[in-house]
Design a binder for this molecule. Structure first.
Ligand code: HEC
Length: 125
């Protein structure tokens, strides 16, 4: 009985922690975007400053925000350095959170990257 109580408390603490991280992440995504991305992609993500329009990513993907592609793009896996996007080493360090990158596949992903992707999601139209 006592053990179950401890487990329950631990689970509650984890849920609270996840909530905190989520909030922090959502708050910082916009400012990360402003610092690292707006110069080329525009404050509203609609491009025009050298980078393509980022507000149509969902529309282009039949309405589903292409999270995995976006994460991969930012972290450079699918980027040809000759394309014009700089690397964002600072965004790729720090704490990670598990992100579902495929059916039943959870990939530890830097919190800052997730925040940015969440912000991009809000720019979709
Ligand atoms: C120095 C200018 C520059 C900056 C800064 C920049 N980008 Fe880009 N971005 C580009 C260019 C140019 C492309 C098109 C070529 C390519 O795909 O690499 C692009 C492409 C992309 C794409 C793919 C778009 C598509 O249509 O598939 C995404 C997503 C993206 N950028 C996100 C970001 C994010 C998020 C940031 C901030 C962390 C950022 N970019 C910062 C220039 C930039």
């Amino acid at each position: 009985m006592r053990q179950a109580g401890v487990r329950l408390a631990a689970a509650a603490a984890l849920v609270a922690l996840a909530g905190c991280i989520e909030q922090e992440v959502t708050a910082s995504g916009g400012s990360l975007y402003a610092s690292y991305c707006a110069a080329c992609h525009g404050t509203d993500g609609r491009g025009g400053a050298g980078g393509p329009d980022l507000s149509r990513l969902s529309a282009r993907a039949q309405g589903d925000f292409p999270l995995v592609e976006v994460l991969a793009k930012i972290d450079g896996y699918t980027r040809d350095p000759a394309d014009g996007m700089p690397e964002f080493g600072a965004l790729l360090s720090g704490p990670t959170v598990p992100v579902e990158t495929g059916p039943d596949v959870l990939t530890p992903t830097p919190v800052a990257l997730v925040a940015l992707a969440d912000h991009l999601r809000t720019l979709q139209r």
